[in-house]
Design a protein around this ligand. Structure first.
Ligand code: NAD
Length: 378
C-alpha cells in the first residue's frame, strides 16, 4: 500500500515523540512491505516563528494533499499564553484543522493495561472491575465555534461571552458514530449532557434518543456531566462508549486519559464523515519536560497504530504496533512519567516496580522496535 502522511510535530515534546513514532512507522513499512511518504509541516508556535501564524496555508495545503495527518502537540508555557507567539496558539492550530477538514468526531480509547495497573491513580479494586472505554467527543459545535465577544457592558464592566450552539444534524451525526462504535464493542452507549440546565443539552438528549431508535440492540443510558465526572473515578468499568459534547468531552476525556497513569500513554483520532483523519496524543506540548529527552513516546506511537487502523484499514499492522508497545511495557520499560508513579504507588507491593527500568524517550522506542521485529507478535 502507498500512502502520503502529513507530519506536524508542533511544539515542545512534539518533535521528540514524533521522531520516535516515525521510526516505528518506518519499521512497519519495512516489515509489511508498504510505502509511506511522510512530509513535515509547521504548526503552532513553530509555524508562528516562520510565518507569523499558527496554522499556515502551506501546512493546510500539505494536509489536503495527504491521506492522513499525524499531529504532535502545540502550545507554549502556560504562563506565557498571552504572548503573541502563544496567544490562542492551540485554538488557532487545532480548531483550524478541525474546521477545515470537518472533523466532527474525536475518538479516545482509554484502557488500563494489566501490566500498568500499579501506576494508575485508581484503587486496585476499582481497576480489577475492568477499565476499557472509548470517548466519542463532538468536535465542531458548542462554545468552541459559537459567536465570541469581549465587550464593555452598560455599567462599564468588561464582559465576555462564548455562544454554545448545537443543531440537530451535528448531534445526530456523532450519535450514529457512537452507536456504530458500540456495536463493535460491548454494545453500550452513555450519552453525557447537562439536560437539567442547558437548552442545547436538552436538544442533545432528544436527538440521541431519536437516533437510538435505529440501534435498538445497543443499550443507551443518559448521564449528567457532573455525575459522569464522579463515576469515571468511582467506577469506570460501567462505561463502554461515552458520547458527549465538545466542551464536556474536552474535560472528561482528559480526566479519563489520566486513569491509565499518564497522558503519555494514550492516542486519539479525529475523523470526518469521509474517513479522513488526524491522529495525536491527548496531551499538550509538556513544556515542563520539553528538551529533556524524557517524554513518553507511547501516545504518539499508538497514534500511528490508530492511523494504520482507521485511515489505511491496516488492522494487522495496527495490532503489531499495539502489541509491541504492550510487550515493552510488560517488560518493565518506564519513561519518567510512569516510573515515578510506580515507585510512589502500589507498584512495589504488586511486584512490578523492582523489575521496571527507567528509560528515556528514544530508549522506549528502541524497546518497542525490538518487539515489533518479532513476527510472532503479529
Ligand atoms: P500538557 O498536556 O502539555 O502537560 C500536562 C502534564 O502531563 C505535564 O506534567 C507533562 O509533563 C505531562 N505529559 C504530557 N504528555 C506527556 C508525555 N508524552 N510524556 C510524559 N509526560 C507528559 O498540558 P499543559 O502543561 O497544561 O499545556 C502545555 C501547553 O500545551 C499549553 O500551551 C496548552 O495550551 C497546550 N496543549 C496542547 C494540546 C494539543 O496540542 N492538542 C493539548 C493540551 C494542551
Amino acid at each position: 500500500m502507498e500512502k502520503k502522511i502529513a507530519v506536524l510535530p508542533g511544539d515542545g515534546i512534539g518533535e521528540e515523540v514524533m521522531a520516535q513514532a516515525l521510526r516505528v512507522l518506518t519499521a512497519v513499512e519495512k516489515l509489511f512491505g508498504h510505502k509511506f511518504t511522510t512530509t513535515h509541516g509547521l504548526a503552532g508556535g513553530a509555524a508562528f516563528d516562520k510565518y507569523g501564524v499558527h496554522m499556515p496555508e502551506e501546512t493546510l495545503k500539505l494536509c489536503q494533499a495527504s491521506d492522513a495527518i499525524l499531529f504532535g502537540s502545540v502550545g507554549g508555557p502556560v504562563a506565557d499564553v498571552l504572548l503573541p507567539k502563544w496567544k490562542n496558539c492551540e485554538a488557532n492550530s487545532i480548531l483550524n484543522l478541525r474546521k477545515t477538514f470537518k472533523f466532527n468526531a474525536n475518538f479516545r480509547p482509554v484502557k488500563i493495561l494489566p501490566e500498568l495497573q500499579d501506576i494508575s491513580p485508581l484503587k486496585a479494586e476499582v481497576i480489577e472491575r475492568g477499565v476499557d472505554m472509548v470517548f466519542v467527543r463532538e468536535l465542531l459545535g458548542d462554545a468552541y465555534f459559537g459567536e465570541k465577544k469581549t465587550f464593555i457592558d452598560e455599567n462599564g464592566r468588561r464582559k465576555a461571552t462564548d455562544l454554545s450552539v448545537y443543531d440537530e444534524d451535528q448531534v445526530a451525526s456523532v450519535a450514529h458514530v457512537a452507536f456504530k462504535t458500540a456495536r463493535l464493542r460491548r454494545n453500550k452507549v452513555t450519552s453525557v449532557d447537562k439536560a437539567n440546565v442547558l437548552e442545547n443539552s436538552k436538544l442533545w438528549r432528544t436527538v440521541v434518543t431519536e437516533v437510538h431508535e435505529q440501534y435498538k440492540d445497543v443499550q443507551l443510558e443518559h448521564m449528567l456531566v457532573d455525575n459522569c465526572a464522579m463515576q469515571l473515578i468511582r467506577d469506570p468499568s460501567q462505561f463502554d462508549v461515552v458520547v458527549t459534547t465538545n466542551m464536556f468531552g474536552d474535560i472528561l476525556s482528559d480526566a479519563a486519559a489520566v486513569l491509565p497513569g499518564s497522558l503519555g500513554l494514550l492516542a486519539s483520532a479525529s475523523l470526518n464523515s469521509e474517513g479522513f483523519g488526524l491522529y495525536e496524543p491527548p496531551g499538550g506540548s509538556a513544556q515542563d519536560i520539553a528538551g529533556t529527552g524524557t517524554a513518553n513516546p507511547v501516545a504518539q506511537i499508538l497514534s500511528v497504530a490508530m492511523m494504520l487502523r482507521y485511515s489505511f484499514n491496516l488492522e494487522k499492522e495496527a495490532q503489531a504496533v499495539e502489541k509491541a508497545v504492550e510487550a515493552a511495557l510488560k517488560g518493565g520499560c518506564r519513561t519518567r512519567d510512569i516510573f515515578k508513579q510506580a515507585k510512589a504507588g502500589a507498584g512495589e507491593a504488586a511486584g512490578t516496580a523492582p523489575t521496571s527500568k527507567l528509560v528515556n524517550c528514544q530508549e522506549m522506542a528502541d524497546e518497542i522496535l525490538t518487539h515489533l521485529k518479532q513476527p510472532v507478535l503479529v
